[in-house]
Design a protein around this ligand. Structure first.
Ligand SMILES: CC(=O)SCCNC(=O)CCNC(=O)[C@H](O)C(C)(C)COP(=O)(O)OP(=O)(O)OC[C@H]1O[C@@H](n2cnc3c(N)ncnc32)[C@H](O)[C@@H]1OP(=O)(O)O
Ligand SMILES: O=C([O-])CC(=O)C(=O)O
Length: 386
């Protein structure tokens, strides 16, 4: 006989909720979100201030150490991140032989996992060794994404120039030519705004893996798998696929209303925590407006604004970080299926920061399950089952 949920005294299970909404699973010093006000800060610094003034490397230091670096500390981190950008030959060989039709996120997941093979400290679990591995993972992830994109497009892999920031070198390795100041700064802002976001699904995955005392490579490999889905980081690619399906004759109001009537979700909208405009979307919206105009694709921004208006009127739902970032990436000439991988490249800093935090105050994560299946069934050998 199956157990009926109505017969169970649910007051014994105070935390039972589909999707764990509202449950505080960890404490952290990495980021603070006020979902009602639409505010986000990393280790005490408002996201708008960081996006306007900081660099991704400085944000990495902030997330790992919970304070901003001084000049010498930042120079040292920059030097290490630059020196660690090369990939081991085993990973390069994998990227050269990977199926060019594979999703970049699947290839990234495999390549990041493979980095463990060549990391001499892989099983060294101290905070110091885990931080060194985190720096190496953050340095190498952009090289993996750019190399796979070149290989799948029949182009030679470009080695890192090691002359400049992660944002600069990523665009250099992707396009085979040095990016200008504006493109570099835009990529830096994208990386800063995507770096960290509390107990999101992929960070939860990362911390759960860490809590078994598995190494940081294992934890971020799991996190990449979690970020890939369209309800999480995969939404940015889905947003651009939706925008690309439109044309100047599309009645956007009818298009969105039709989707809502069919109970389809509009990608890039809604958030478990924000019940108002995502502060990062506010920032990226301005970038999307400027950049799409610069490359004569202002129509993408105009369609986006039209969608924002219908979603507000019909569902009172605002855009999240994935909505306008799609137009920013597209205006930079980046292929839509790379967007989630670039998100992962940024979030590597947040994942590894949470890994270090979990390691410093660890307990196995093992929630309970409410069993609702059959009980006390009689076992019959397979031959006698109908
Ligand atoms: C980096 C990130 O991960 S940001 C999020 C990226 N993901 C997306 O953009 C995918 C689209 N958005 C969504 O699916 C959701 O808003 C999520 C998954 C992000 C958050 O979802 P939840 O907190 O679980 O809300 P849930 O899915 O239960 O939705 C609540 C209600 O809002 C509606 N809703 C939420 N988001 C959307 C959306 N994007 N389009 C249409 N309706 C939506 C739901 O249909 C539901 O309506 P109902 O109560 O009438 O059935
Ligand atoms: O916080 C979340 O649920 C999703 C996320 O990662 C983000 O918005 O950056």
């Amino acid at each position: 006989m199956a157990i009926n949920i109505n017969d169970i005294d649910l007051s014994q299970y105070p935390y039972l909720d589909k999707g764990l909404e509202g449950i505080v699973a960890f404490s952290s010093r990495k980021s603070k979100i006020d979902g009602a006000k639409g505010e986000l800060s990393y280790a005490g610094y408002d996201i708008d201030t960081l996006a306007r003034n900081s660099t991704f490397e400085e944000v990495c230091f902030l997330l790992w150490h919970e304070r901003l670096p001084n000049k010498q500390e930042l120079d040292e981190l920059n030097a290490t991140l630059t020196a660690e950008r090369d990939l081991p030959e085993t990973v390069l060989n994998y990227l050269r032989s990977a199926n060019p039709k594979s999703e970049p996120m699947a290839v990234l997941r495999t390549a990041v996992s493979m980095l463990a093979d060549d990391d001499e400290e892989v099983l060294e679990m101290s905070h110091e060794a885990s931080l060194r591995k985190s720096i190496r993972l953050t340095a190498k992830t952009p090289t993996i994404i750019a190399a796979f994109d070149r290989v799948r497009n029949g182009k030679e892999i470009v080695a890192p120039s090691k002359k400049n920031s992660i944002a600069f070198d990523f665009l250099y390795m992707l396009n085979g030519e040095e990016p200008g100041e504006n493109a570099t700064r835009t990529m830096d802002v994208l990386l800063i705004t995507h770096a960290e976001h509390g107990m999101n699904a992929s960070t939860f995955t990362c911390r759960s893996i860490c809590a078994t005392l598995a190494d940081v490579h294992a934890a971020v490999t799991g996190a990449i798998g979690s970020l890939k889905g369209p309800l999480h980081g995969g939404a940015n690619t889905a947003v651009m696929n939706m925008l690309k399906s439109l044309d100047p004759d599309t009645d956007i109001v009818a298009f969105i209303k039709g989707k809502l009537e069919r109970k389809e979700k509009i990608m890039g909208f809604g958030h478990r925590v924000y019940k108002t405009y995502d502060p990062r979307a506010k920032f990226l919206r301005l970038l999307a407006q400027d950049l799409s105009k610069e490359v004569d694709m202002e129509y993408l921004y105009e369609w986006s604004e039209a969608i924002v208006k219908v979603m507000k009127e019909e569902k009172n739902i605002d855009p999240n970080v994935d909505f306008f970032s799609a137009t920013v990436y597209y205006s930079m000439g980046i292929e839509p299926d790379l967007y989630t991988a670039i998100f992962a490249m940024a979030r590597m800093s947040g994942w590894t920061a949470h890994y270090l935090e979990q390691l410093g105050n660890n307990r196995l994560i093992r929630p309970r399950l409410l069993y609702l299946g059959e009980t006390d069934l009689e076992y019959f050998p397979v031959e006698s089952r109908s």
